[in-house]
Design a protein around this ligand. Structure first.
Ligand code: H2U
Length: 346
């Protein structure tokens, strides 16, 4: 028998994380008798007087959310990171190391209406959201080494509020994911003299198998080393290191790209496809002055759904104790996404 990656077990390497994923395509047809979760309630009222993210409603802090008309940004009333506070003593004890942590957490409301999202907003309104993402990244990036913009979509991903919004946590330290990515991107650049993710874009463009969306400025791929069933990466065709480097053409095209990507996701199981998404670019703060040629700005979508609107992949057992494993190959997942219509089902 000759090896066929769509049928036979194998390992794939993630050069960004220096991690392996076990791919077991032969398991894809096994019967399922596990948990099924009710799809999240889809209908959300346009305005809910008890929702603190809606215009004019009083938040937990006692502050009134203003009657905003486009995007609206406020400091999280329950922030995980504060700008000021007592610092622990720096400890290099090999078993009990400690470092100081400072930062700030903000919430970005995308629009005053609760019943809108990328797929039913106009292109201009999505551009406004992206411009807000960039402005926040620029402003916080002056003071903080890492600015993490992320969105949890859907209750399945722990989103506590149905109003369209994302979060931004800026920190005085590099969190684990970017810290490890930084090391591996630098190692690749030092060895090959080119940014890893620009090489990766070129290779994916030649191969085409894992491409979900391609336009003049961006590609969306299910990465070769994907762990989540329908995980995707959004990558620029023209090298930029940070969100703040994106020009008008890249921003406009990104708006369209994200509208299409969300529509394709929602079309797979005819639901509001849950995910955590976010953006990674070169570190900021004191790193703004350093050469960051090894970094390529990119987006990451991590959706948990596996085989229906209610059946998610659990990262448990072998994943927790050994390493990530998937049944559906990245190529099959990309084909499923690619074949979905560009417009949302309703
Ligand atoms: P998620 O649903 O994505 O977790 O985000 C909602 C955020 O909004 C959450 O972090 C904040 C919560 O702390 N929030 C406020 O800051 N003030 C409020 O009055 C309600 C929610």
């Amino acid at each position: 028998m000759t090896f066929n990656p769509n049928e036979h077990q194998h390992l794939r390497y993630n050069p960004l994380k220096d991690e392996w994923v076990l791919v077991s395509p032969h398991r894809a047809l096994r019967p399922w008798t596990g948990q099924t979760e009710k799809p999240a309630v889809e209908k959300v009222p346009r305005f809910d007087p008890s929702n603190p993210l809606c215009p004019g409603v009083i938040r937990a802090s006692g502050i009134q959310t203003p009657k905003y008309e486009s995007t609206y940004v406020f400091t999280n009333d329950f922030p995980a990171l504060l700008e000021e506070g007592p610092e622990p003593e720096h400890s290099d004890d090999p078993l009990f190391q400690t470092r100081a942590a400072k930062g700030t957490c903000r919430v970005i409301c995308y629009h005053p209406h609760s019943d809108v999202y990328f797929t039913n907003l106009s292109l201009g309104q999505v551009v406004d959201i992206i411009r807000e993402w960039i402005n926040q990244t620029r402003e916080l990036g002056k003071r903080f080494v890492w600015v993490q913009l992320f969105e949890n979509r859907g209750a399945m991903m722990g989103c506590s509020n149905p109003h369209p919004h994302c979060q931004i946590w800026a920190s005085s330290f590099l969190p684990n994911e970017p810290r490890i990515k930084e090391l591996n991107l630098r190692k690749y650049y030092d060895k090959h003299g080119r940014p890893m993710l620009q090489d990766y874009v070129k290779r994916e463009l030649q191969n085409k198998e894992r491409i979900v969306i391609e336009n003049e400025e961006w590609i969306v791929v299910v990465p070769y080393w994907a762990v989540w069933p329908f995980e995707t990466m959004v990558l620029p065709k023209r090298q930029i290191q940070r969100f703040t480097d994106a020009d008008g053409a890249q921003i406009e095209t990104l708006a369209k790209t994200l509208q299409t990507l969300v529509a394709k996701y929602d079309n797979i199981f005819k639901c509001n496809f849950p995910y955590s998404m976010g953006w990674h670019g070169a570190p900021t703060g004191e790193k703004l002055k350093e050469n960051q040629a090894h970094w390529t700005f990119h987006g990451l979508y991590y959706p948990p759904l596996l085989r229906s609107a209610s059946v998610k992949k659990f990262m448990v057992g072998y994943e927790m104790l050994a390493q990530s494993q998937r049944d559906l190959t990245a190529e099959k997942a990309a084909a499923v996404l690619r074949e979905q219509p560009d417009l949302r089902f309703e």
